[in-house]
Design a binder for this molecule. Structure first.
Ligand code: MG
Length: 387
């Protein structure tokens, strides 16, 4: 079997009304066609502020630089293809993630097995969802309003809705600016805790916004609200700071390393320093499932629990992480798999469903979805109109 053609489609997906701080999500769908007639599909929604990649950049990178170097290769030879992509382009993890997902989809369809089986085997039937509440979620706002944190009352209502509608048991609140508005951020946590009760696990994600001193102070203050984990308290480049925070807060709160790991070497650095209590494994940071599985092995060797993370994709881009989580015993933490719930548009016939706080792991071959070609056409048409 050979890779015959790689198709790249730019999509625009609408958010539900006031669900997010922007009205649409601009992503890329990659279709890899093979000589055996099998087509694999991957999706990515690059986040410029996170990975430095854009929809335009990802589509150009795949079309002009990666795809020409992959035509004619055996799509089942992942080790060779990953090596080839790394030779063709440094970084560009989002672009590589979409290709890696499509290749795993092909391998699963070829073997008539779900991707989780190919990744090692299914050890979970259901993945518990860690539901994210953004500071600038947009509820009650109109397009064009200034971006800023929603009120504690709105956050509490969002948390209650997630619990009632989807049975969510794990909630992660993203902080806006603790340094400038400490009381307000703590109030947001307090109101969410009050709304959901003590049975729901609460996390706070800082996305690298604090100095070690402030992070240690925040950890102390969060104790009152029984927050289980604080994610990436210090900037992504500050390994010393992360290590200091983790060692200083002790068992008060668990520290998760996320934004600081975009390579296996960085995962190893966190482990070597004992700078975190758990790792957020995002295919979109590692360049796909292949390398994510290797990162899970590093976590495994260090006896560190993991969670799977993802970007802003629809169900298509959510599924690789579901298979990764389902096939890893080290994925002991709930998966960051809620973003597609905010989108009005999805690209699958049957979008990924959250029930009783969990996502069912598909049993169908490949990634386990059917692309809704009509919806894809509409999303592509919308993207052409988007300036
Ligand atoms: Mg994070």
């Amino acid at each position: 079997m050979k890779i015959e053609k790689i198709e790249v489609l730019r999509t625009s997906l609408r958010y539900k009304k006031n669900a997010f701080y922007r009205p649409t999500e601009n992503g890329v769908i990659v279709k890899i066609h093979t000589s055996d007639g099998i087509t694999g599909v991957g999706e990515v929604s690059p986040i410029p502020s996170y990975s430095g990649e854009t929809q335009e950049g990802v589509s150009a990178m795949i079309e002009k630089y990666l795809a020409p170097g992959l035509i004619g290769l055996d799509p089942l030879n992942l080790e060779k293809i990953i090596g080839q992509m790394d030779r063709l382009a440094y970084y560009n993890f989002s672009a590589k993630t979409a290709i890696d997902a499509a290749l795993h989809d092909i391998a699963g369809k070829y073997c008539r097995l779900p991707v989780c089986t190919l990744l090692g085997g299914r050890v979970s039937e259901q993945i518990p969802v860690l539901y994210i509440i953004f500071p600038y979620f947009g509820a009650g706002r109109q397009r064009g309003d200034e971006i800023g944190p929603d009120s504690p009352e709105i956050n509490a209502a969002q948390a209650s809705e997630a619990v009632e509608k989807y049975g969510i048991r794990h909630i992660k609140l993203k902080w806006w600016n603790y340094e400038k508005n400490r009381a307000f951020e703590l109030e947001r946590v307090k109101s969410v805790r009050k709304a959901v009760g003590d049975e729901v696990s609460l996390w706070v994600d800082i996305n690298g916004g604090l100095t070690p001193t402030l992070a240690i102070q925040a950890a102390r203050e969060l104790e009152e609200y029984h927050v289980d984990f604080m994610e990436q308290p210090t900037p992504r480049w500050d390994f010393n700071g992360l290590e200091l925070v983790t060692k200083s807060v002790g068992k008060r709160i668990g520290i998760i390393a996320d934004d600081c790991i975009f390579s296996l070497g960085e995962a190893l650095e966190v482990v070597r320093r004992q700078a975190a209590d758990g790792l957020n494994v995002k295919p979109v940071k590692m360049g796909g499932l292949y390398r994510s599985r290797q990162m899970v092995a590093i976590a495994d060797a260090a006896n560190l629990p993991c969670l799977v993370g993802r970007g802003h994709e629809s169900s298509v881009g959510t599924l690789p992480g579901i298979h990764l989580s389902a096939s890893s015993r080290t994925m002991k933490l709930p998966g960051e798999l809620s973003h597609h719930l905010l989108l009005e548009d999805d690209l699958t016939v049957e979008p990924v469903h959250v029930k009783d706080g969990c996502i069912r792991v598909p049993e169908e071959p490949g990634l386990g979805f059917r692309l809704d070609e009509e919806k894809v056409k509409e999303a592509v048409k919308r993207a052409r109109k988007t300036p």
